[in-house]
Design a protein around this ligand. Structure first.
Ligand code: GLA
Length: 786
């Protein structure tokens, strides 16, 4: 395993435990992509066919050979302007507006360890697993799935650097590859340098572009909207280009910088699945192109709309990291990403600690609180067994609604009735942990900060700003703006000794005009804005090294792997409806581990949908995340309070398994395009009947299974849900950990819990979805070795 360079064949092969990635230098020095897929050995350049294609460009050096065509060869990092008409990885123009880059191979070198990217998030090599020796779990729980056959695991990471250049244009490209062999992950990035003596313009720049000789793929992406983020979509690829993207200045609620290319027959269990995820929180584009000959190009990078990134002589542009993984089946692919995020992306305080169960004040009282009310919330939360009280929006400046105050990061002592330090001290004395909300990138026009620094906001001169949630965006591409906000926030929060900070961002960015740079949205500014945000969080973390920082952007507007590098958990959605959350958590689970998904139990009727669901159902859904509550405990009945005390005990009992175990989706559209899984013979479907998921320990001795019923029908057939990840021949028992209601027929409960089962029965037969009266019922099952 590792990176192998065969100088004689000009071949470069990356081997991971189960995958192989190969490229080589073509006859005229172009870097060609030969193969990416299941582990294989050999020289895949043998697959190329050279034919005379009409209307295709041939390099000059090819002379009379018309078979070496730039737009039919598979490229590793294509450019436009030298004969390839497909989506270019890099579009560069000179100062006369001429697009003619033609990158040729210069060198390849291998270095030990994993590269890092200045100012940008990047996966890193991690030696020890911090979960080691905790509660008897070993590293195995978190590294490679027990059902993989490999025994020798290479934990070393390596970096491959391939240099390409076009001396006429004055562009050098260093392609970076990081290899994580044990989890079948290959990261990519690139550094573009202007090596000429005139400014050049980068009009498109992909972090990774993947060419496949064939094209019979489906495209899986995760699109939605505010409050309904990351829904699973699967569609056939047809001729032309399909892209998903954001030009909102953030990775967005609408589309997600992570997607999958898969074979037609790919299901959770098997079939080729290629993931691409960007560690980036700004404007991005992922695209898939099916070309004239049925070849496919899958690419990911900065959004090229309105991009014209000027590179002056000597200047570099480092592209965000793209993370690729190949797996057989969606379950394994997701597990690769979960391991990557848990062990090679998330870092710092609280990464591998049991996250505190929190109570967030937002849905409990919105802007309507004072200090005594917050302390009372904390005391009531403590009585329930909650660890942390988060005081959400409304504690600073003049902020009784969302029309004013952003930017004034000074405690509103008049509203609170006390200094922040006193409030925090009284909460800490309970004892409870104390958390607080900030939204550093934004400013209200009605704020002292804006009145003092109107030039700090993005506003187009002579034009009234288009507002969103009544607020403007601060120009975080400017260091002095970041400094000013950071200094004030640190100064205000320090005396309170917070344990947690929720960092929010509540609007998209439209009019992009820096009062200093003096230009409109040319992409460069918004990229530098994202770098400014990363710089802000980095320095916030330095100021509060022990603090748990939760990301947020009106829920899931910036729920991406880039943000996860800085914030180990991110509020998944402002939508707290348990039934809606089933689809949101399902979609998010393809790339994000459970530990990253902020999930709370809220009051009913739900504030977003008006739906009422049982308290246990809300808890079972929220437990598949960074667990918390978002309601006013004073409004709960004694019975509900007792139920919550029990829920928290259950969560803490299983927290380590939930945060670190192997996650499997048990129902849902990804289980099979032919829907053979999770369906009963009657045509009545398990996904209609229920959503289910499972978290399995790596030794496969125990698992937690969650089932939530949806629609209820008269006289329904029995539906079976097949468990995963267990040993076929081991005996298991099932116990009920939590349920929202009693079984209609007690004998059915006995039928579930009395027998011992072989893994084969549970996985190949399945367990019956319980017949509960009413909809939205749920059950949490513990499966353990008998
Ligand atoms: C956003 C967040 C919410 C809450 C509000 C406060 O919408 O997603 O959780 O913090 O802002 O204004």
């Amino acid at each position: 395993m590792g990176i192998l360079i065969d100088q004689s064949k000009k071949l470069c092969t990356i081997q991971t435990a189960h995958s192989t990635y190969q490229m080589g230098v073509g006859t005229y020095g172009h870097l060609l992509h030969y193969y990416y897929g299941p582990y294989a050995e050999g020289d895949f350049s043998a697959m190329l066919r050279f034919r005379d294609r009409g209307f295709s460009g041939n390099p000059y050096e090819a002379g009379n050979d018309r078979t070496y065509s730039m737009d039919t060869l598979p490229h590793e990092f294509s450019t436009f302007g030298s004969g390839d008409f497909r989506t270019p990885a890099c579009l560069v123009k000179d100062d006369h507006g001429v697009y003619g880059a033609d990158l040729r191979f210069v060198s390849a070198e291998v270095k030990p360890g994993k590269y890092s990217l200045p100012g940008l998030p990047a996966a890193f090599a991690s030696e020890a697993n911090p979960y080691n020796d905790r509660n008897g779990f070993s590293r195995d729980l978190y590294s490679v799935s027990h059902d993989k056959e490999n025994t020798e695991i290479d934990h070393t990471t390596e970096t491959l650097i391939i240099t390409l250049a076009d001396s006429t244009v004055g562009l050098t490209v260093k392609l970076l590859y990081g290899v994580f062999p044990e989890i079948d992950v290959i990261t990519r990035s690139a550094i573009l340098t202007n090596t000429g003596n005139k400014t050049i313009y980068i009009d498109k720049a992909d972090s990774a572009s993947l060419d496949f000789l064939t094209g019979d793929f489906d495209f899986v992406h995760f699109s939605g909207r505010y409050g309904t983020e990351r829904l699973y979509h699967r569609e056939a690829i047809t001729e032309g280009v399909k892209s998903i993207s954001s030009i909102r200045g953030e990775s967005s609620h609408q589309q997600s910088p992570a997607a999958i290319l898969c074979a037609k027959n790919t299901t959770e269990e098997s079939g080729a699945a290629y993931g691409i995820a960007l560690l980036y929180s700004g404007n991005f584009k992922l695209s898939v192109e099916l070309d004239q000959f049925g070849s496919t190009r899958f690419s990911a990078g900065l959004n090229d709309e309105m991009l014209s990134y000027d590179l002056t002589p000597g200047e570099e542009l480092t592209l965000p990291e793209a993370v690729l993984s190949y797996a057989s089946g969606f379950a394994a692919l997701s597990q690769h990403y979960h391991d990557l995020v848990n062990f090679h992306i998330v870092h710092g305080a609280w990464t591998h600690e049991d996250r505190p169960v929190l109570l967030n004040s937002w849905e409990g009282c919105y802007f309507d609180f004072d200090g005594e009310k917050v302390i009372q919330l904390a005391a009531n939360a403590k009585d329930l067994g909650i660890d942390l009280l988060v005081m959400d929006d409304g504690w600073f400046g003049k902020r009784d609604d969302d029309t004013s105050g952003l930017g004034d990061w000074v405690t509103n002592e008049k509203k609170l009735g006390m200094p922040l330090s006193e409030l925090a001290k009284r909460i800490h004395a309970l004892p409870m942990k104390f958390g607080i909300w900030i939204e550093p990138e934004m400013v209200s026009e009605d704020s002292d900060f804006y009145r003092a620094h109107p030039d700090y906001a993005f506003v187009i001169p002579g034009k009234k700003p288009v507002r969103s949630r009544y607020q403007l965006v601060l120009d975080f591409s400017r260091r002095e703006v970041v400094d000013a906000v950071l200094t004030k926030i640190v100064e205000t929060l320090k005396p309170a000794k917070p344990d947690y900070i929720k960092m929010d961002m509540n609007r998209s960015i439209h009019e992009v005009y820096s009062q200093i740079a003096g230009y409109q949205n040319r992409g460069k500014l918004l990229h530098q804005y994202v770098l400014g945000v990363y710089d802000f969080i980095t320095r916030l973390k330095e100021a509060f090294p022990e603090v748990l920082i939760e990301g947020c952007s009106g829920g899931g507007g910036r729920f991406d792997l880039g943000m996860m590098y800085y914030t180990p958990q991110i509020w998944l959605s402002d939508n707290t409806d348990a039934i809606e959350r089933l689809s949101l958590q399902y979609g998010a689970s393809f790339f994000a581990p459970v530990s990253t998904m902020g999930s709370h139990v809220s009051a009913v009727p739900n504030h977003q949908t008006g739906r009422s669901t049982p308290l246990a159902t809300r808890a079972i859904v929220a437990m598949a995340g960074s667990f918390g509550y978002e309601l006013d405990p004073a409004k709960l009945s004694d019975e509900e309070k007792d139920a919550i005390r029990t829920q928290i005990k259950i969560f803490k009992n299983y927290q380590l398994l939930i945060q670190g175990g192997r996650y499997y989706r048990l129902t849902g559209p990804s289980l099979g395009i032919t829907h053979t899984e999770g369906y009963s013979a009657t045509g009545y479907t398990a996904p209609e009947a229920a959503m289910a998921w499972e978290i399995v320990s790596a030794d496969a001795k125990r698992a937690l299974v969650s089932i939530v019923t949806k629609d209820q029908h008269c006289n329904p057939p029995v539906c079976y849900i097949k468990l995963k990840g267990l040993f076929m021949n081991q005996m298991y028992r099932i116990s009920i950990v939590l349920k929202s209601t009693d079984f209609l027929d007690r004998r059915e409960e006995e039928a579930l819990t009395a027998p011992a089962y072989t893994g084969a029965i549970l996985m190949q037969g399945g367990i019956a979805v319980p017949y509960f009266a009413g909809e939205y019922q749920s059950i949490l099952l513990s499966v353990y070795q008998a």
